[in-house]
Design a protein around this ligand. Structure first.
Ligand SMILES: CC(C)(COP(=O)(O)OP(=O)(O)OC[C@H]1O[C@@H](n2cnc3c(N)ncnc32)[C@H](O)[C@@H]1OP(=O)(O)O)[C@@H](O)C(=O)NCCC(=O)NCCS
Length: 169
């Protein structure tokens, strides 16, 4: 793979990020909800900051920091820590297409989001489906701590186990 880089998301990245998402959904079933409108899913209202990974002249990865939107990890963390909702943000929409994996792009994207959280006084939390084992290994390697386990409901009443994590302080 040619030189890869992680940088802040720019509006022109939207089509490339949406295509990468469709590819990841096909290979990994992420996100479980499906990708009916991939552009809207990438660029949803809750996004406060986002980054992309670029390689081979295209977008191959993405991550976002988002305002809380009812994630289980948020309520669990508030209950455990007593933190105020205003001091919490959610790491979400992390994906790297298959051919670009295992080059530390997932780690670099996650570290960019974590640095943003630190710089803005936001404690990051996330929900991850228990089936997404590469992501779970990545978060744990970077010091994220499991704070709970829930049943994530999607589609027409299907459920899947989700794990909730908090970033290191
Ligand atoms: C999770 C995900 C983003 C990781 O992306 P990635 O770019 O492969 O991540 P990294 O390269 O940082 O780490 C992946 C593995 O490569 C290894 N690696 C990193 N650089 C390496 C290198 N230069 N040489 C060899 N191995 C390397 C890491 O140690 C890690 O090993 P592990 O799988 O045994 O834990 C990717 O697998 C993905 O998109 N999955 C589907 C979507 C998903 O689950 N998203 C999570 C939503 S919560």
């Amino acid at each position: 793979m040619t030189a890869a880089a992680v940088r802040p998301f720019e509006e022109d990245d939207l089509p490339g990020a949406a295509s990468a998402l469709v590819e990841v959904h096909r290979s990994d079933g992420y996100p479980v909800e499906g990708v009916e409108d991939p552009r809207a899913w990438v660029r949803s209202d809750g996004v406060v900051a986002a980054w992309v990974a670029e390689a081979e002249g295209r977008i191959v990865g993405h991550v976002a920091v988002m305002r809380p939107q009812g994630e289980d990890a948020v309520s669990i963390w508030i209950e455990q820590s007593g933190d105020d909702l205003s001091g919490i943000a959610v790491l979400a929409r992390l994906f790297v297409v298959q051919f670009a994996r295992k080059y530390a792009l997932g780690r670099t994207l996650t570290e960019a989001a974590m640095a943003y959280g630190r710089d803005h006084g936001l404690r990051l939390v996330l929900d991850v489906m228990s089936k997404d084992t590469a992501a779970i290994r990545l978060y744990e390697r970077l010091g994220w701590r499991k704070i709970g386990e829930t049943a994530h409901t999607f589609g027409s009443g299907q459920t899947i186990t989700a794990l909730c994590y908090v970033a290191p302080a």
